[in-house]
Design a binder for this molecule. Sequence first.
Ligand SMILES: NC(=O)c1ccc[n+]([C@@H]2O[C@H](COP(=O)([O-])OP(=O)(O)OC[C@H]3O[C@@H](n4cnc5c(N)ncnc54)[C@H](OP(=O)(O)O)[C@@H]3O)[C@@H](O)[C@H]2O)c1
Length: 231
Amino acid sequence: MDIKDKVVLVTGASSGIGRATAELFIRKGATVVLAARSLEEVKELAVKMPDTLAVAVDMTKPQEIQQMVQETQAFYGRIDVLINNAGQELNTSMETINVDNFARLMTSDIYGPLVAMQTTIPLMKQQGGGAIVNISSGVFQTAQSTSLQAASAKSVLNMISLNTRTEYIDQGISVSLVYPQEPEADVQKPTNRRTVTHTKRQADMPKLDSPEAIAAKIVDPIENGIAVDFL
Ligand SMILES: NC(=O)c1ccc[n+]([C@@H]2O[C@H](COP(=O)([O-])OP(=O)(O)OC[C@H]3O[C@@H](n4cnc5c(N)ncnc54)[C@H](OP(=O)(O)O)[C@@H]3O)[C@@H](O)[C@H]2O)c1
């Protein structure tokens, strides 16, 4: 997909990976919708970036997610790309897990992206296609005690993403997964004929996954028009 003039919706755009991704899309000529809970922060960013719209959303609230998609559609008339990036970290060991906090993380990191996809896919179908990238995490492949909550949530998101990919790939909608990695990680993933798996870091990428390096991985499958698992 040629990114120029495409409408891209980025959740969690106020900082980190989401912000770097929004900036990269802007540099490539896209129109970007910046979504986060803190409307003031995304509004401030929108002032600095051309061709952007700031939208408030709490990814734990399905109604707000639907509103975000409807607002984007009403303002720009289409959505070509959805980046489900908003997420949070909860680093505690088993015995100190607060179940209410864990449930909130599950809601924002699993059901949030699910509702965003459910609401956006019908629009993409009407348009004849689109691209979705869900931001997972390298932690789902590890068994560090403090990653239990993030790893569990991202594992579910991975399966939702892979099943959604299979369901919509023939309708021109690609669903990709990007796994921000811990430094020095180098892991293997199975491939099939419809996906490409990058198992080695590219020589020109920094070893530590900076937000900018992750942003480049997010844009890659969209430009190449294929569903990707990008480690
Ligand atoms: N950085 C890493 O090394 C790394 C590693 C593995 C995975 N990841 C994944 O990458 C994604 C981004 O991480 P990051 O490091 O860039 O995080 P970050 O700097 O903490 O940014 C998180 C973004 O998500 C938004 N957000 C958080 N909870 C939200 C909610 N309930 N509803 C709407 N927006 C929400 C935040 O804005 P508001 O607070 O204003 O809502 C912010 O814009 C996450 O999914 C994370 O799990 C990151």
